[in-house]
Design a protein around this ligand. Structure first.
Ligand SMILES: *[C@@H]1O[C@H](CO)[C@@H](O)[C@H](O)[C@H]1NC(C)=O
Ligand SMILES: *[C@@H]1O[C@H](CO)[C@@H](O)[C@H](O)[C@H]1NC(C)=O
Ligand SMILES: *[C@@H]1O[C@H](CO)[C@@H](O)[C@H](O)[C@H]1NC(C)=O
Ligand SMILES: *[C@@H]1O[C@H](CO)[C@@H](O)[C@H](O)[C@H]1NC(C)=O
Length: 298
Protein backbone atom coordinates (compact mmCIF):
# COMPACT_ATOMS: atom_id res chain seq x y z
CA UNK A 1 0.00 0.00 0.00
CA UNK A 2 2.76 2.40 0.98
CA UNK A 3 4.66 1.35 -2.14
CA UNK A 4 1.75 2.55 -4.25
CA UNK A 5 1.93 5.96 -2.60
CA UNK A 6 5.57 6.17 -3.52
CA UNK A 7 5.30 5.33 -7.21
CA UNK A 8 4.22 8.83 -8.33
CA UNK A 9 7.52 10.20 -6.99
CA UNK A 10 9.44 7.97 -9.33
CA UNK A 11 8.22 9.91 -12.36
CA UNK A 12 9.46 13.24 -10.94
CA UNK A 13 12.80 14.78 -11.87
CA UNK A 14 15.90 13.56 -10.06
CA UNK A 15 16.34 16.60 -7.80
CA UNK A 16 12.84 16.15 -6.42
CA UNK A 17 13.54 12.44 -6.05
CA UNK A 18 16.56 13.16 -3.86
CA UNK A 19 14.40 15.40 -1.68
CA UNK A 20 11.73 12.74 -1.51
CA UNK A 21 14.31 10.15 -0.49
CA UNK A 22 15.10 12.13 2.63
CA UNK A 23 11.45 12.76 3.45
CA UNK A 24 10.28 9.14 3.35
CA UNK A 25 11.85 6.47 5.54
CA UNK A 26 13.50 3.51 3.86
CA UNK A 27 11.13 0.89 5.21
CA UNK A 28 11.72 -2.82 4.80
CA UNK A 29 10.22 -3.21 1.35
CA UNK A 30 12.60 -5.98 0.29
CA UNK A 31 12.85 -9.14 2.36
CA UNK A 32 15.76 -11.26 1.16
CA UNK A 33 19.02 -12.85 2.30
CA UNK A 34 21.97 -10.46 2.36
CA UNK A 35 19.77 -7.42 2.96
CA UNK A 36 19.30 -5.32 6.11
CA UNK A 37 16.26 -3.70 7.72
CA UNK A 38 17.96 -1.38 10.20
CA UNK A 39 21.54 -0.14 10.56
CA UNK A 40 23.35 2.37 12.74
CA UNK A 41 22.05 4.86 15.28
CA UNK A 42 19.97 7.78 14.01
CA UNK A 43 19.39 9.72 17.20
CA UNK A 44 17.09 9.67 20.20
CA UNK A 45 13.57 10.87 20.76
CA UNK A 46 14.40 12.89 23.84
CA UNK A 47 17.53 14.36 25.36
CA UNK A 48 17.98 11.50 27.83
CA UNK A 49 16.48 8.86 25.54
CA UNK A 50 18.42 5.93 24.12
CA UNK A 51 19.70 5.91 20.59
CA UNK A 52 17.27 4.46 18.06
CA UNK A 53 18.29 2.64 14.88
CA UNK A 54 17.95 3.98 11.35
CA UNK A 55 15.74 2.25 8.82
CA UNK A 56 18.02 0.79 6.14
CA UNK A 57 16.93 -1.74 3.58
CA UNK A 58 20.36 -1.81 1.91
CA UNK A 59 22.72 -4.74 1.44
CA UNK A 60 24.75 -6.21 4.29
CA UNK A 61 28.44 -5.38 4.12
CA UNK A 62 31.78 -6.69 5.34
CA UNK A 63 32.72 -5.11 8.69
CA UNK A 64 36.08 -3.43 9.24
CA UNK A 65 38.64 -5.71 10.95
CA UNK A 66 38.11 -3.86 14.24
CA UNK A 67 34.35 -4.18 14.06
CA UNK A 68 34.67 -7.85 13.14
CA UNK A 69 36.89 -8.50 16.17
CA UNK A 70 34.41 -6.72 18.39
CA UNK A 71 31.46 -8.73 17.03
CA UNK A 72 33.36 -12.00 17.48
CA UNK A 73 34.29 -11.08 21.06
CA UNK A 74 30.63 -10.42 21.91
CA UNK A 75 28.79 -12.90 19.69
CA UNK A 76 31.24 -15.72 19.05
CA UNK A 77 33.34 -17.20 16.27
CA UNK A 78 30.32 -17.89 14.06
CA UNK A 79 30.73 -14.28 12.92
CA UNK A 80 34.24 -14.86 11.55
CA UNK A 81 33.37 -14.47 7.88
CA UNK A 82 29.87 -13.09 7.62
CA UNK A 83 28.76 -9.76 6.25
CA UNK A 84 26.81 -7.76 8.82
CA UNK A 85 24.03 -5.18 9.18
CA UNK A 86 25.38 -3.57 12.35
CA UNK A 87 27.79 -0.74 13.12
CA UNK A 88 30.34 -0.23 15.90
CA UNK A 89 27.98 1.92 18.00
CA UNK A 90 25.28 -0.75 17.79
CA UNK A 91 27.69 -3.49 18.86
CA UNK A 92 28.73 -1.36 21.85
CA UNK A 93 25.09 -1.01 22.93
CA UNK A 94 24.50 -4.70 22.29
CA UNK A 95 27.52 -5.63 24.39
CA UNK A 96 26.47 -3.52 27.37
CA UNK A 97 22.90 -4.88 27.23
CA UNK A 98 24.04 -8.48 26.91
CA UNK A 99 26.40 -8.01 29.87
CA UNK A 100 23.46 -7.11 32.09
CA UNK A 101 21.65 -10.25 31.02
CA UNK A 102 24.78 -12.38 31.35
CA UNK A 103 25.16 -11.42 35.01
CA UNK A 104 21.75 -12.92 35.65
CA UNK A 105 21.89 -16.08 33.54
CA UNK A 106 25.60 -16.94 33.48
CA UNK A 107 24.94 -20.06 35.57
CA UNK A 108 23.35 -21.76 32.57
CA UNK A 109 25.38 -21.60 29.34
CA UNK A 110 22.54 -22.93 27.17
CA UNK A 111 20.23 -20.09 28.23
CA UNK A 112 23.04 -17.58 27.85
CA UNK A 113 23.90 -18.85 24.36
CA UNK A 114 20.28 -18.70 23.18
CA UNK A 115 19.93 -15.20 24.63
CA UNK A 116 23.07 -13.99 22.88
CA UNK A 117 22.17 -15.75 19.61
CA UNK A 118 18.79 -14.05 19.53
CA UNK A 119 20.11 -10.52 20.03
CA UNK A 120 23.36 -10.91 18.07
CA UNK A 121 21.37 -12.25 15.11
CA UNK A 122 18.77 -9.51 15.46
CA UNK A 123 21.41 -6.78 15.51
CA UNK A 124 24.02 -8.04 13.07
CA UNK A 125 22.63 -10.79 10.82
CA UNK A 126 23.31 -10.13 7.12
CA UNK A 127 19.83 -11.58 6.43
CA UNK A 128 18.08 -9.19 8.80
CA UNK A 129 15.39 -8.12 6.32
CA UNK A 130 14.20 -11.73 6.18
CA UNK A 131 12.97 -11.65 9.77
CA UNK A 132 12.66 -7.93 10.58
CA UNK A 133 10.01 -5.57 9.24
CA UNK A 134 9.89 -1.95 10.35
CA UNK A 135 6.35 -1.01 11.29
CA UNK A 136 6.81 2.49 12.72
CA UNK A 137 9.26 5.38 12.36
CA UNK A 138 9.33 9.00 13.49
CA UNK A 139 11.12 11.80 11.63
CA UNK A 140 14.05 13.47 13.38
CA UNK A 141 15.83 16.31 11.59
CA UNK A 142 16.49 14.95 8.11
CA UNK A 143 16.45 11.33 9.30
CA UNK A 144 13.99 8.78 10.59
CA UNK A 145 14.14 6.84 13.84
CA UNK A 146 12.80 3.29 14.07
CA UNK A 147 10.30 3.15 16.94
CA UNK A 148 8.64 -0.19 16.27
CA UNK A 149 9.32 -3.33 14.26
CA UNK A 150 8.26 -6.93 13.83
CA UNK A 151 10.85 -9.58 14.67
CA UNK A 152 9.91 -13.01 13.39
CA UNK A 153 11.07 -15.89 15.62
CA UNK A 154 9.93 -19.48 15.12
CA UNK A 155 7.81 -21.13 17.82
CA UNK A 156 10.49 -23.82 18.06
CA UNK A 157 13.27 -21.41 18.85
CA UNK A 158 11.11 -19.28 21.14
CA UNK A 159 9.93 -22.26 23.15
CA UNK A 160 13.42 -23.80 23.32
CA UNK A 161 14.88 -20.49 24.43
CA UNK A 162 12.28 -20.12 27.17
CA UNK A 163 12.70 -23.73 28.32
CA UNK A 164 16.47 -23.34 28.55
CA UNK A 165 16.08 -20.29 30.85
CA UNK A 166 12.97 -21.03 32.87
CA UNK A 167 14.67 -22.86 35.77
CA UNK A 168 17.81 -20.73 35.99
CA UNK A 169 18.41 -19.41 39.51
CA UNK A 170 19.92 -16.07 40.34
CA UNK A 171 21.50 -14.61 43.43
CA UNK A 172 22.11 -15.81 46.94
CA UNK A 173 18.42 -16.38 47.60
CA UNK A 174 18.08 -18.68 44.60
CA UNK A 175 15.32 -16.60 42.99
CA UNK A 176 14.28 -17.37 39.44
CA UNK A 177 16.29 -15.52 36.78
CA UNK A 178 13.07 -15.40 34.75
CA UNK A 179 11.73 -12.83 37.22
CA UNK A 180 14.51 -10.47 36.14
CA UNK A 181 15.03 -11.22 32.46
CA UNK A 182 11.45 -12.16 31.61
CA UNK A 183 9.22 -10.32 34.08
CA UNK A 184 8.22 -13.66 35.57
CA UNK A 185 6.98 -15.01 32.23
CA UNK A 186 5.28 -18.40 32.35
CA UNK A 187 5.61 -19.22 28.64
CA UNK A 188 7.71 -18.26 25.66
CA UNK A 189 5.29 -15.75 24.15
CA UNK A 190 5.14 -13.64 27.28
CA UNK A 191 8.92 -14.04 27.70
CA UNK A 192 9.55 -12.62 24.21
CA UNK A 193 6.93 -9.93 24.75
CA UNK A 194 8.71 -8.79 27.91
CA UNK A 195 12.09 -8.76 26.15
CA UNK A 196 10.74 -6.70 23.26
CA UNK A 197 8.54 -4.24 25.13
CA UNK A 198 9.77 -0.69 25.09
CA UNK A 199 10.79 0.22 28.62
CA UNK A 200 12.45 3.40 29.88
CA UNK A 201 15.08 1.58 31.93
CA UNK A 202 16.80 -1.75 31.31
CA UNK A 203 14.62 -2.57 28.34
CA UNK A 204 14.50 -2.26 24.62
CA UNK A 205 14.61 1.44 23.63
CA UNK A 206 12.16 0.74 20.81
CA UNK A 207 9.23 -1.62 20.56
CA UNK A 208 10.14 -5.07 19.21
CA UNK A 209 7.04 -7.09 18.46
CA UNK A 210 7.43 -10.85 18.21
CA UNK A 211 4.35 -11.90 16.23
CA UNK A 212 4.03 -15.66 15.88
CA UNK A 213 4.93 -16.66 12.31
CA UNK A 214 1.59 -18.47 12.00
CA UNK A 215 -0.44 -15.45 13.18
CA UNK A 216 -0.65 -13.79 9.75
CA UNK A 217 0.79 -13.87 6.24
CA UNK A 218 4.35 -12.56 6.36
CA UNK A 219 4.97 -12.92 2.64
CA UNK A 220 8.66 -13.25 1.85
CA UNK A 221 9.68 -13.06 5.48
CA UNK A 222 11.01 -16.11 7.28
CA UNK A 223 12.57 -17.13 10.58
CA UNK A 224 16.27 -17.96 10.55
CA UNK A 225 17.16 -19.01 14.11
CA UNK A 226 17.00 -22.77 14.59
CA UNK A 227 18.19 -25.34 17.11
CA UNK A 228 17.98 -23.57 20.45
CA UNK A 229 20.41 -25.14 22.92
CA UNK A 230 18.62 -27.30 25.49
CA UNK A 231 19.85 -26.86 29.07
CA UNK A 232 20.13 -30.67 29.46
CA UNK A 233 22.38 -30.78 26.38
CA UNK A 234 24.93 -33.60 26.30
CA UNK A 235 27.45 -31.02 25.09
CA UNK A 236 29.42 -29.85 28.14
CA UNK A 237 29.68 -26.41 26.53
CA UNK A 238 25.94 -25.81 27.03
CA UNK A 239 24.88 -28.21 29.78
CA UNK A 240 23.39 -26.63 32.90
CA UNK A 241 23.36 -28.01 36.42
CA UNK A 242 20.26 -29.63 37.90
CA UNK A 243 19.55 -26.59 40.09
CA UNK A 244 19.30 -24.39 36.97
CA UNK A 245 17.68 -26.92 34.68
CA UNK A 246 15.04 -29.39 35.77
CA UNK A 247 15.55 -31.51 32.64
CA UNK A 248 19.16 -32.26 33.59
CA UNK A 249 18.34 -33.50 37.09
CA UNK A 250 18.97 -37.23 37.56
CA UNK A 251 15.73 -39.05 36.86
CA UNK A 252 14.01 -40.35 39.99
CA UNK A 253 14.76 -44.07 40.13
CA UNK A 254 11.58 -45.83 39.13
CA UNK A 255 10.08 -48.01 41.89
CA UNK A 256 10.48 -51.22 39.84
CA UNK A 257 14.28 -50.87 39.93
CA UNK A 258 14.61 -51.19 43.72
CA UNK A 259 11.50 -53.12 44.71
CA UNK A 260 11.02 -52.88 48.43
CA UNK A 261 10.57 -56.27 50.03
CA UNK A 262 7.12 -56.65 51.49
CA UNK A 263 5.19 -59.53 53.01
CA UNK A 264 1.58 -58.51 52.97
CA UNK A 265 1.56 -55.03 54.49
CA UNK A 266 4.79 -55.58 56.41
CA UNK A 267 8.30 -54.74 55.24
CA UNK A 268 10.49 -57.88 55.13
CA UNK A 269 12.71 -56.80 58.02
CA UNK A 270 9.75 -56.35 60.35
CA UNK A 271 8.34 -59.63 59.10
CA UNK A 272 11.63 -61.42 59.79
CA UNK A 273 11.85 -59.93 63.27
CA UNK A 274 8.28 -60.96 63.90
CA UNK A 275 8.98 -64.54 62.76
CA UNK A 276 12.11 -64.82 64.86
CA UNK A 277 10.33 -63.31 67.82
CA UNK A 278 7.42 -65.75 67.36
CA UNK A 279 9.78 -68.70 67.13
CA UNK A 280 11.48 -67.63 70.37
CA UNK A 281 8.16 -67.12 72.12
CA UNK A 282 6.95 -70.52 70.88
CA UNK A 283 10.18 -72.20 72.03
CA UNK A 284 9.93 -70.44 75.35
CA UNK A 285 6.31 -71.53 75.79
CA UNK A 286 7.23 -75.11 74.79
CA UNK A 287 10.21 -75.09 77.15
CA UNK A 288 8.19 -73.71 80.03
CA UNK A 289 5.23 -76.04 79.47
CA UNK A 290 7.60 -78.98 78.94
CA UNK A 291 9.29 -78.10 82.23
CA UNK A 292 5.93 -77.82 84.00
CA UNK A 293 4.73 -81.16 82.50
CA UNK A 294 7.98 -82.86 83.52
CA UNK A 295 7.64 -81.46 87.05
CA UNK A 296 4.06 -82.82 87.29
CA UNK A 297 5.20 -86.32 86.21
CA UNK A 298 7.64 -86.56 89.04
C1 LIG B 1 17.17 5.83 1.72
O1 LIG B 1 18.16 5.10 1.03
C2 LIG B 1 18.80 5.88 0.04
C3 LIG B 1 19.73 4.92 -0.73
O2 LIG B 1 20.37 4.04 0.12
C4 LIG B 1 19.56 7.04 0.68
O3 LIG B 1 20.20 7.82 -0.30
C5 LIG B 1 18.55 7.89 1.44
O4 LIG B 1 19.23 8.92 2.13
C6 LIG B 1 17.78 7.05 2.42
N1 LIG B 1 16.73 7.84 3.00
C7 LIG B 1 16.63 8.01 4.32
C8 LIG B 1 15.50 8.85 4.79
O5 LIG B 1 17.40 7.49 5.13
C1 LIG C 1 5.93 -4.55 6.94
O1 LIG C 1 5.46 -3.39 7.58
C2 LIG C 1 4.68 -2.54 6.76
C3 LIG C 1 4.34 -1.33 7.59
O2 LIG C 1 5.47 -0.59 7.84
C4 LIG C 1 3.42 -3.28 6.31
O3 LIG C 1 2.68 -2.44 5.43
C5 LIG C 1 3.83 -4.55 5.58
O4 LIG C 1 2.69 -5.30 5.25
C6 LIG C 1 4.75 -5.38 6.46
N1 LIG C 1 5.24 -6.51 5.70
C7 LIG C 1 5.12 -7.77 6.13
C8 LIG C 1 5.70 -8.80 5.25
O5 LIG C 1 4.57 -8.04 7.17
C1 LIG D 1 1.27 -17.28 27.60
O1 LIG D 1 0.73 -16.67 28.75
C2 LIG D 1 -0.10 -15.55 28.47
C3 LIG D 1 -0.51 -14.93 29.79
O2 LIG D 1 0.01 -15.59 30.88
C4 LIG D 1 -1.29 -16.01 27.66
O3 LIG D 1 -2.13 -14.90 27.36
C5 LIG D 1 -0.80 -16.65 26.36
O4 LIG D 1 -1.89 -17.15 25.62
C6 LIG D 1 0.17 -17.78 26.66
N1 LIG D 1 0.75 -18.22 25.42
C7 LIG D 1 0.83 -19.50 25.07
C8 LIG D 1 1.48 -19.81 23.80
O5 LIG D 1 0.41 -20.39 25.79
C1 LIG E 1 16.37 -33.31 27.71
O1 LIG E 1 15.08 -33.09 28.24
C2 LIG E 1 14.03 -33.38 27.34
C3 LIG E 1 12.72 -32.94 27.97
O2 LIG E 1 12.77 -33.03 29.35
C4 LIG E 1 14.05 -34.86 27.00
O3 LIG E 1 13.01 -35.16 26.10
C5 LIG E 1 15.41 -35.18 26.38
O4 LIG E 1 15.51 -36.57 26.13
C6 LIG E 1 16.54 -34.76 27.30
N1 LIG E 1 17.80 -34.92 26.58
C7 LIG E 1 18.87 -35.46 27.14
C8 LIG E 1 20.08 -35.52 26.29
O5 LIG E 1 18.86 -35.89 28.29
Amino acid sequence: MKAQNWTPWLSLPLTTLALAASSTPNLTTKHEAGRCAIRGHCGSQSFFGSQLPCPDNGLASAPSPDLRDHIISVCGSAWQDRDVCCTEEQVETLESNLKKAQNIISACPACKTNFFDLFCTFTCSPDQSLFVNITQTVPKNDKFLVTELDHLVSDDFGAGFYDSCKDVKFGATGGRAMEFIGGGAKNFTSFLKFLGDKKPFLGSPFQIDFPRPSSQDFGEMETILTDPKPCNSTDEQYKCACVDCEASCPALTPLEDTPECHVGLLPCLSFAILIIYSVFVTLLVLAVSGHVAAAKHR
